[in-house]
Ligand binder design. Structure first.
Ligand SMILES: Nc1ncnc2c1ncn2[C@@H]1O[C@H](COP(=O)(O)OP(=O)(O)O)[C@@H](O)[C@H]1O
Ligand SMILES: [Mg+2]
Length: 128
């Protein structure tokens, strides 16, 4: 499922869609809420730093388990130092700097790939 992220309404819509998909494959309410929180943080970052982007939510399957994958992609300014951006409290916008480190904690896997001047792609997965 793909959603264009441009407005606060898009964030709200993607939160409920992600929750719905998570519920469908068997995630409990706590995990559904964690996933929705991650969607909020990543999509808010898109609007804040890149103005617009694309969110992809997919149900994934490995040999013995199911999970949910979130991919956030934008063609914004990119992140110069990914390691730093993942540290709690680091923010280039006087934010709390807890979005990316928080998302990493709430998911099982989180990868950031980014190039300055080109954009950012964040892939996050949570397994059942
Ligand atoms: N999509 C993005 N494009 C460019 N920079 C980003 C993006 N997402 C995050 N960042 C950078 O990573 C930093 C940390 O992000 P985050 O943990 O969400 O904290 P905050 O948004 O409060 O600053 C941001 O301050 C910003 O510099
Ligand atoms: Mg943020």
């Amino acid at each position: 499922m793909q959603i264009e992220i441009k407005t606060v309404e898009d964030i709200v819509a993607s939160r409920s869609l992600a929750k719905e998909m998570a519920k469908e494959i068997g995630f409990g309410i706590v995990d559904q809420t964690k996933i929705a929180t991650v969607i909020s943080e990543l999509t808010r970052n898109i609007i804040k730093y890149a103005v617009e982007g694309l969110l992809q939510i997919s149900i994934i399957e490995s040999i013995n388990r199911k999970g949910l994958e979130i991919i956030c992609e934008d063609r914004g300014p990119g992140i110069a130092n990914i390691e730093l951006a993942l540290k709690p409290g680091y923010s280039t916008s006087r934010g709390l700097g807890m979005g990316l480190p928080g998302a990493k904690k709430l998911m099982d896997e989180l990868e950031v790939s980014s190039e300055v001047g080109k954009g950012t792609r964040i892939t996050a997965r949570k397994w059942l």
